[in-house]
Design a protein around this ligand. Structure first.
Ligand code: FAD
Length: 492
């Protein structure tokens, strides 16, 4: 196993895509469970903190160490099995999502979770329960995870198989591979009825595997993953529709969302992604073919069969026409290579914003909020209005099918940064007040703990932290993520 102890050699592991910075003593690159167990046993005995790093594309500081060790999963990168007949794959956590998607496609199968950033590791996508455009139809990563092997902070190994172990009467009984019983009291908490990545997934009939999915490296190190695959759609068509009138674009999204959820309708979007005028302006240099009259855009994908093609296209054109989309200047793609350009277009807005702020030495302050459908327009206008009133530059885009907004403020100096942070809190509070979440896909990490506290209240945070303490009594795994340290001491 490679071990790096010279800081010059491990600078990359001291920050993530949010440019959150940390420090550590050593970075380990294990190649097997045995390697990991050596590190974990030592760390647990000496109470040395461990941060777990995927490919560090996270946007919350969650893979960044504050001290101690980093376990980097890069060399745990085998695709162990792709089973075409029974439609599943088994992988190690350090496999790149883009590589996995390509191999699955080669095998004639389909893995729907498609976070915009595909340069991430499979372990990272499980630990954050990543979601993407197609989560509108297929749900987040969680929906495709069938089995996890997890190394706990104590050095015990857990094998979790979906459907085999569920909460009963508020209790979850885990048995490790070596036979140790762990009893967990699972609180039933009221979570928003939206896409949600804030804190542990706790439900009355929780499946044990779901506690670990989205737990941001705080409960264990994921070492093996079995994923459900599906048959690929026969064909997918993709279109980026431009609108001169933003309100009509939003009404279009609302109507398309409703029709896609209605089984009796032909429209069945895989994803509904939105870009506001500022996002289009931001992209116009790289994409000069964005119509100059466009004030917003919606990217849609839908699968179809040869038989349904004409009716499906006709229905989308009818809906686009109803809301005055600029159909003549909109973009359409029918082949994989053309579709890939729209995927790049969507990725470009997230990526270019990050590049812009890094180059200018600015701080991005971006929301990851989602609210219930019936509150969405209220929320969208509220967020845009307060940022505009405060004269901050910003762009808005996001997974509007899931009522999930990324509003990125681009403060130019420390005064504006202060304002942006204040507004971020106001927007998060509004999302919670409307029954939504402060994080629909990126998680809490080290950057959103205060807002997380406001969302659930201290009592729920204490109950979640109690679960963490039961599995990681010395608090060595990913300290700083999700919980303030004060909730992890034993009498908290
Ligand atoms: C331009 C851009 C676009 C993005 N778009 C999306 C999007 O559409 N949807 C979305 O969900 N996210 C998105 N993200 C965020 C990020 O890509 C995802 O959160 C991704 O899943 C992180 O994977 P990673 O391998 O980079 O993990 P890291 O950032 O390295 O780690 C993320 C968390 O997972 C934990 N972790 C990693 N591996 C393991 C393991 N083996 N066991 C236990 N814990 C582990 C880490 O400790 C950390 O808490 C985007 C990021 C960028 C930069």
């Amino acid at each position: 196993m490679i071990i790096k102890s010279n800081p010059e050699e491990f600078q990359d592991y001291l920050s993530d895509a949010a440019n959150f910075k940390g420090e550590c003593q050593k970075v380990f690159f294990p190649e097997s469970n045995e390697d990991i167990l050596l590190i974990v046993h030592e760390a647990n005995e000496k109470s040395i903190p461990i941060a777990i790093a995927g490919n560090r594309t996270g946007l919350t500081g969650s893979s960044v160490p504050l001290s101690g060790y980093v376990i980097a999963t890069n060399n745990l990168n085998k695709i162990i099995e792709i089973n075409k007949e029974n439609k599943f794959a088994i992988v190690e956590p350090g496999v790149l999502l883009s590589e996995f998607q390509a191999k699955i496609k080669e095998a004639g199968l389909f893995y729907p979770p498609d976070p915009t950033e595909t340069n991430c590791f499979m372990g990272g996508t499980i630990a954050t329960n990543a979601s993407g455009a197609k989560s509108f139809k297929f749900g987040p990563t969680r929906n495709f995870v069938e089995m996890l092997e997890v190394i706990l902070a104590t050095g015990e190994i857990l094998t979790l198989i979906r459907g085999e172990n569920k909460v009963q009467n508020g209790m979850l009984n885990l048995i490790t591979d070596s036979g140790t019983a762990i009893e967990l009291e699972i609180p039933s908490i009221k979570s928003p009825k939206t896409k949600n990545a804030a804190g542990y997934y706790l439900t009355q009939h929780l499946d044990a595997i779901d506690l670990f999915i989205g737990s941001e490296g705080t409960l264990g190190l994921i070492t093996k993953i079995k994923l459900r695959l599906i048959d690929p759609p026969q064909n997918i068509f993709s279109t980026v529709l431009f609108f001169e009138d933003e309100l009509k674009a939003l009404q279009f999204v609302k109507s398309a969302r409703g029709k896609s959820k209605d089984q009796n309708q032909l429209l069945d979007a895989l994803g509904l992604e939105f870009f506001d005028k500022r996002a289009l302006n931001f992209l116009s240099k790289a994409y000069p073919n964005i119509p100059t009259s466009a004030n917003s855009a919606v990217w849609i994908e839908q699968s179809y069969t040869d038989d349904s093609a004409e009716d499906v296209f006709g229905s989308w054109i009818e809906l686009a026409d109803k809301f005055d989309a600029d159909i003549d200047n909109s973009w359409s793609a029918m082949t994989d290579s053309e579709r890939a350009k729209f995927v790049d277009f969507r990725h470009a807005i997230s990526w270019k914003i990050n590049e812009y702020i890094t180059q200018k030495g600015l701080h991005k302050v971006g929301t990851d909020t989602a609210v219930p459908e019936d509150q969405f327009e209220i929320f969208y206008h509220f967020a845009q209005k307060i940022v505009t009133q405060n004269k901050l530059e910003f762009v808005t885009y996001g997974h509007f099918g899931d009522c999930h907004i990324h509003l990125n403020m681009l403060p130019k100096n420390s005064e504006e940064l202060k304002t942006a942070k204040k507004l971020y809190g106001v927007i998060c509070r509004k999302a919670v007040e409307l029954g939504g979440t402060i994080s629909a896909e990126h998680g809490i990490g080290k950057l959103k703990r205060d807002y997380f506290m406001e969302m659930y209240g201290e009592d729920v945070i204490r109950q979640m932290a109690k679960l963490k303490r039961a599995l990681d009594p010395n608090g060595i795994l990913s300290p700083g993520n999700i919980f303030d340290e004060k909730y992890l001491v034993n009498n908290a």
